[in-house]
Ligand binder design. Structure first.
Ligand SMILES: [Cu+2]
Length: 151
């Protein structure tokens, strides 16, 4: 899965972003049908610094509201839940991926088609704002696979 997204990201020159000791890579967003109101963005955040940081907010011009979500299992059903932030400890890498942590894009004001490049601003407690470009990719509907959405 990751290798495929890397290749696509490289082709669109949406390379990794490094700021404040944070290396953000494998950024992508889910393509949605026209008229859809919500989508999500995913990425890996590696903290190469000496202190912990937290992803506390995100913004995207295409979405009226952006939240940080996780998935939880409740009575055997996967549900999304808003969380206040994502801690990235020093030396650790946190992966936002389908079925897990994600940046939720709500109230979409335009299309998100496969091949688009979505500007996204991530807000960290320590590193501040980091702008990335997320390639929009058509993902298959997620079955009960565990992190193999690309296969
Ligand atoms: Cu969500």
């Amino acid at each position: 899965m990751i290798a495929r997204f890397c290749a696509v990201a490289a082709a669109l020159t949406a390379g990794p972003a490094l700021a404040g000791g944070l290396l953000i890579s494998d950024v992508f967003a889910r393509a949605v049908p026209e008229g859809a109101m919500a989508s999500a963005a995913y990425m890996s955040i590696a903290n190469t610094g000496e202190t912990a940081d937290r992803l506390i907010d995100a913004r995207a011009p295409i979405a009226r509201r952006v939240e940080i979500h996780t998935h939880i299992m409740e009575d055997g059903v996967a549900k999304m839940r808003r969380i206040e932030g994502v801690e990235i400890a020093a030396g650790e890498t946190v992966t936002l991926e389908p079925g897990g942590l994600h940046v939720m894009l709500m109230g979409l004001t335009g299309p998100m088609d496969d091949g688009d490049l979505l500007p996204l601003t991530l807000v960290f407690e320590q590193a501040g704002e980091i702008a990335v470009a997320a390639p929009v990719i058509a993902l298959r509907p997620r079955a009960a696979s565990h992190g193999h959405a690309g296969h």
